[in-house]
Design a protein around this ligand. Structure first.
Ligand code: AMP
Ligand code: ZN
Length: 665
């Protein structure tokens, strides 16, 4: 078959399956079958790069943008007028009737999705541009980021207009938001505050790869421009759905304000079961001809109205403040409240984030506080009812010592939170550290999870990761929940970890700021744990990409006699505490100071192997070509754009054999 034909056909089929999966939520084929189609398309496109279109499903994740271009919207993006009760709506209807005459009016009611507004431009059925709202007249071109959202169709189907702008909201559903935060907390990062800010923040990230990892969704609600064949808002929503857009089916046509109010009352409660955040209802006059007649004020359409749900807020008494200790030692203050019903759940606790937050709200114990449940999962305190403040209130004295271990708390410069620095004997930190040590990317110890670590710790069998290697069958079997088979697996897993290479062990130690990449750099630069223990500040920062913060952290880790002792015990147990002979033999300074870009497919090495080889020889691998790139290591099937760019920037292209000669020289 003609490759161009097959490429187009595959693009269509894949788009169809994407639509079924991400828009309709009803997958039509297995992931495996889908992968096969995608692989076939990738292969054909590699062989026939001239037929790759920017709207191909293989092109969802593009390259980094340095800064976003500001561009004009074809039609302005307006705000909405707000209403808060039925009488506001009655006034609004009266005003419209003054212009339209005393006719019966119909409405389309939609939910007001709470995220970031977006305007998408389609030409001949292809997505060509995505702009943020900006100031309403012009917004940022974030096309690359929007393309990563799988529910956004890159190709439309059906009877779409030749050219149009469609408006919608980029949202981050609760589930994905929670998962992202779990991962962040596990990595010792600050969790995101709420889905809305995270969604709009995501649109401004320069690297689409990062955006692609965020489980964003895009819900559409409006079209800009005149389309004679479409008569009403409700009809438009149905049309947009048929072209492949994700248009929630919660929208409803209402023939009177009573019906509108019933819709509002229903969703004020039911919205809590929706997968994403909403903050109101948008009521639009249904007839597009009537909309046109009414037009716009300086800020908003006269034919639409937002109805804001009452922020769910209740007053209760702040009884006390507790302090929670995370895996990294970060302290989070938590308010204990007099139990109160809020949005259908009994609330007893609210997050206070950090000491600054308490100060900003000027909270006292015994205060009557307002608690709100917004998008956040945990309710938060938003203010104090000062009229209720009496002589009974007491100042909040922020914890000075760790509630788990009693060590004094510290506030590191530049961090909003206080930290317990007693890494070696603070229980949540001990459990956190061991869990990190055994995790897949570090020592990958099978048969052991965080829960078991907690159990072993509580039973006095485990105080640090070196203790893992002294665990004995008998004492393990005595524990509840530990059957013979699981003990056996656990001990086998621990034994196997003795073969894990040095750079992973180093990562597993859990030195603050020493992630996977840094651990690798340190391992390759110093070669052994002894050399690293002896390393000076100067020799540490001399390593590429290692700055003051990491250097200080490494020094402080190894200057702690307890940590040193644990590390030496690991060595005594036979863990890999130096690069193996083979690795060392391959190491050199030959490529020091040179930056490489690797592209294409190679005969004798995989790309990760080449990367490791470059790093072992002192060189550096970067993601994209620039004037600072020294060599483009080019394999087969490299894209024509890369080649062209390399020529333009005069970056020399070398083959796999050239490279081998370089490092063997
Ligand atoms: P505001 O920012 O409060 O003026 O409200 C206007 C914004 O509401 C628009 O820019 C949209 O991003 C957002 N919005 C969310 N859902 C809808 C909807 N169903 N119809 C129209 N606008 C919506
Ligand atoms: Zn502590």
């Amino acid at each position: 078959m003609d490759p161009q034909k097959r490429i187009e056909e595959l693009q269509k089929i894949i788009q169809e399956h994407n639509h079924a999966y991400y828009v309709l939520d009803t997958p039509t084929i297995s992931d495996y079958e889908f992968d096969i189609l995608l692989k076939e398309l990738e292969q054909l496109e590699r062989e026939n790069p001239i037929f790759i279109s920017p709207q191909s499903p293989t092109q969802r994740v593009g390259s980094v943008v340095k800064s976003f271009h500001t561009e004009f919207h074809k039609e302005r993006m307006y705000s909405l007028d707000n209403s808060y009760d039925a009488s506001d709506l009655i006034d609004w209807e009266q005003k419209m009737k003054k212009v339209l005459g005393d006719v019966a009016l119909s409405y389309t009611c939609e939910l007001k999705y709470d995220g970031a507004s977006i305007s998408l431009t389609y030409e001949k059925g292809l997505l060509v541009k995505a702009l943020t709202r900006g100031d309403g007249f012009q917004g940022d071109n974030v096309t690359n980021n929007l393309k990563t959202i799988k529910s956004v169709p890159l190709h439309l189907k059906g009877d779409y207009p030749d050219f149009f702008e469609i408006r919608g909201e980029v949202v981050l559903p609760f589930k994905g938001f929670e998962e992202m935060n779990k991962k962040r907390i596990a990595k010792g990062e600050e969790p995101f505050m709420n889905p809305r800010n995270t969604a709009s923040g995501s649109l401004k990230i320069q690297d689409p790869k990062i955006v692609a990892e965020r489980p964003l969704d895009c819900l559409l609600y409006g079209i800009a421009g005149d389309f004679p064949t479409i008569k009403s808002q409700f009809e438009f929503l149905e049309k947009a759905r048929s072209w492949g857009f994700k248009v929630p089916d919660t929208a409803q046509k209402c023939d009177s304000l009573e019906e509108v109010m019933a819709f509002i009352t229903h969703w004020d409660k039911a919205r809590h079961d929706l997968p994403y955040e909403t903050d109101g209802v948008v009521i639009k006059l249904n007839d597009l001809e009537q909309q046109y007649e009414l037009g716009y004020t300086a800020k908003s359409p006269r034919w639409a109205m937002a109805y804001k749900f009452k922020a769910e807020k209740v007053a209760t008494v702040l009884e006390s403040v507790d302090y929670q200790v995370g895996r990294t030692g970060a302290i989070t203050p938590v308010a204990n409240l007099k139990p109160v019903l809020l949005a259908g759940t009994l609330v007893k606790r609210a997050s206070l984030h950090n000491a600054d937050q308490i100060e900003k709200l000027d909270l006292r114990l015994g205060d009557t506080v307002y608690v709100e449940k917004g998008g956040e999962i945990i309710p938060k305190i938003i203010g104090v009812d000062l009229t209720k403040r009496g002589a009974q209130v007491l100042p909040i004295r922020y914890a000075t010592h760790c509630p788990e271990c009693g060590a004094p708390l510290n506030r590191i410069e530049g961090e909003a939170k206080h930290f317990c620095l007693n890494e070696s004997s603070c229980p949540p930190q001990i459990i956190g550290k061991i869990s990190h040590y055994i995790s897949r990317k570090a020592m990958d110890i099978d048969g052991l999870g965080e829960e078991t670590v907690g159990l072993l710790f509580e039973n006095g069998l485990l105080r640090n990761y070196a203790d893992l290697y002294s665990l004995e069958v008998e004492s393990l079997l005595r524990l509840e929940r530990m059957a013979e088979k699981s003990v056996e697996n656990l001990l086998l897993g621990i034994e196997a970890s003795k073969k894990i290479p040095f750079e992973k062990v180093l990562f597993g130690l859990g030195i603050r700021y020493v992630g996977e990449t840094v651990a690798k750099k340190l391992a390759f630069s110093f070669g052994s744990i002894e050399a690293l223990i002896e390393a000076s500040y100067e020799s540490l920062i001399a390593v590429d990409e290692i700055g003051d913060r990491i250097a200080q952290s490494v020094l402080s880790f190894f200057s702690d006699p307890e940590q040193r002792e644990i590390v030496l015990r690991l060595k005594a147990h036979g863990l890999q505490m130096a690069l193996d002979v083979q690795t060392t033999a391959q190491m050199s300074d030959t490529l020091k100071g040179f930056n490489f870009v690797i592209s294409g497919v190679f005969e004798r090495h995989s790309r990760p192997e080449l990367k490791t080889l470059i790093e072992k020889n002192g060189g550096k691998v970067v993601g994209s070509l620039s004037s600072k790139t020294h060599y483009l290591l080019a394999g087969d099937q490299m894209g024509p754009a890369k080649k062209e760019k390399a020529l333009r920037l005069e970056v020399p292209m070398i083959t796999e054999s050239d490279f081998e000669e370089m490092i063997n020289a």
